[in-house]
Write a protein that binds this ligand. Sequence first.
Ligand code: ZN
Length: 174
Amino acid sequence: MKKRVDLANFDIKFVGLNLGKHDFQFKIDSEFISKFQDTLIEKLDLTLNFTLDKQTESLYLLDFNFTGSIELECDRCLQDFSYPVKQNNRLILKVENAQDNLNDDMIFISSNDIKINIAEYIYEFVSLIVPMKKTCELISKQCDKEMLKLLNNYSIQSGNNIHKPEEEWNMLKN
Ligand SMILES: [Zn+2]
């Protein structure tokens, strides 16, 4: 993973810490996500419980525990819904001059570094929360039937009336 955005609040100083676990808490909201340009998420309200586990002077485990909700738009009926979030991610931080690192779960830093900024990692993990198919079914809710009817009528009126209604339905579903 490459770091692109620097948000000073998300600097974690690891030099000088005692061995063991160190807990931090961050609020991940719309303001945070607005700092990133290519996001699919607009509204979110997440709490990040972040634990830095210093195992040795050169090995750290970084645990990201996200809870809260993000707002998604249903692919089918276009209604917004609140999607509950519970996600854990782990990164391993090594103080080592390693090159050619292709492992996404590992960060290598030089022995001159005293802190790491985790904003970009948080962004990457939050982006992973968004499911490929975003429908009301995710929260066991029925799609808005009136809206589906409207959308169906609209696509027929806008010149796609060569399709049969069932085909329209399938296209909407997809
Ligand atoms: Zn829906």
